[in-house]
Design a protein around this ligand. Structure first.
Ligand code: COA
Length: 330
């Protein structure tokens, strides 16, 4: 039995001002607004300004989460940042955040890369420190500037992705029946080549030839990823419900990774969730990878779609291939 509950005591999110609409994309690649809306549900996405790096988006989301939790930056005991687009390969985005938030205590800070599942992986990791009584408040952030690795000549990928950041404060409470009750983390590394950024790591250096082939950008086998996503998101949602003996009637809201409207509809529909029990903002932001679940959660909490006492399930799928779910009693 855990000694403490790990509750979501605050949430925040931030998206950059600049909008990239389907009509804008029609000017860049051979596509149409109708095709994009029908196949994905996306109408527009946000794009970071040239001077904004991932940590700049993350800090805004983090400040809002800290404010909503009514704590001070120095009350935070640990920072975990989920991102696949860090400012640089080192230092971590979490370390940059620690300094930018003006935290004077030398608390731990590290990044997790589980692509679009990264936030749920990070939340589950954070909860271990809380339920075991080690820390009281953990800042968990998901932030991405995917526009920096998207190939805007590839219509199979550029229509999907956007930039943004979301954050939560996970805090200890005396009631172990509140907060994060179950999670599932999964990966199938054999599926890695289906969705990857081939160059820029230790495997493939960036050369003029690599740049010409756009191998420093995100590559994806859309159809294969689609099938895998439906299967794994359904499976993970099912695990999340079974772990706490919940049916769709008990759950107030599913907060899915905003991967594709059709994938979300298919997975949640199979598990018996009507549309009003599924939070959707993909039309406004597209797929923001690690930022997608915490942005959706922040909007859902602030708009009253879920609140204290409600069961919610977060579920995600992404490169790796990875998947994850978290069942939470708010
Ligand atoms: C990318 C995705 C939207 C494509 O939709 P789809 O229904 O699978 O489409 P297909 O890849 O089967 O392509 C169908 C046709 O549309 C074309 N097409 C692809 N992208 C297009 C675009 N942006 N605009 C217009 N036509 C497009 C294809 O070339 C293909 O044409 P063809 O039949 O003449 O060969 C979809 O596969 C998807 O969302 N996959 C999951 C991707 C994802 O979410 N990744 C992130 C995981 S975290």
């Amino acid at each position: 039995m855990p000694r403490f509950g790990a509750i979501i005591s605050g949430t925040g999110s931030y998206v950059p001002e600049k909008r990239l609409t389907n009509q804008d994309l029609e000017k860049l690649v051979e596509t149409s607004n109708d095709w994009i809306v029908q196949r994905t549900g996306i109408r527009e996405r946000r794009i970071a300004a040239s001077e904004q790096a991932t940590s700049d988006l993350a800090i805004e989301a983090a400040r809002r989460a800290i404010e909503s939790a009514r704590i001070k930056p120095d009350d935070i005991d640990l920072i975990i940042a989920a991102t696949l687009t860090p400012d640089m390969s080192t230092p971590s985005t979490a370390c940059i955040l620690q300094s930018a938030l003006g935290i004077k205590r030398h608390i731990g800070a590290f990044d997790i890369n589980a692509a679009c599942s990264g936030f749920v992986y990070s939340l589950s990791t954070a909860s271990q420190f809380i339920v075991n009584g080690i820390y009281k408040h953990v800042l968990v952030v998901g932030a991405e500037t995917l526009s920096r690795i998207v190939d805007y000549t590839d219509r199979g990928t550029c229509i999907l992705f956007g930039d943004g950041a979301g954050a939560v404060i996970l805090s200890a409470c005396d009631d172990p029946e509140r907060g994060l009750q179950a999670f599932e983390l999964g990966a199938d590394g054999a599926g890695g080549p289906l969705l990857n950024v081939p160059a820029g790591g230790s495997r493939m250096a960036i050369t003029p030839e690599v740049l010409a082939r756009h191998d420093h950008c995100l590559k994806m086998s859309g159809r294969e990823v689609y099938k895998f996503a439906v299967t794994q998101m359904t499976h993970s949602l099912q695990q999340a419900m079974q772990a706490c003996s919940l049916t769709s009637e008990h759950v107030r809201l599913v907060v899915p990774h905003q991967v594709n409207q059709r994938i979300i509809d298919s997975a949640t529909g199979k598990m018996g969730f009507p549309a009003e029990k599924v939070y959707i903002n993909i039309d406004r932001y597209g797929n923001t990878s690690g930022a997608s679940v915490p942005i959706a959660l922040d909007e859902a909490m602030r708009s009253g779609r879920c609140g204290a006492g409600d069961w919610i399930i977060m579920v995600a799928f992404g490169a790796g291939l990875t998947w994850a779910s978290a069942t939470v009693r708010l």
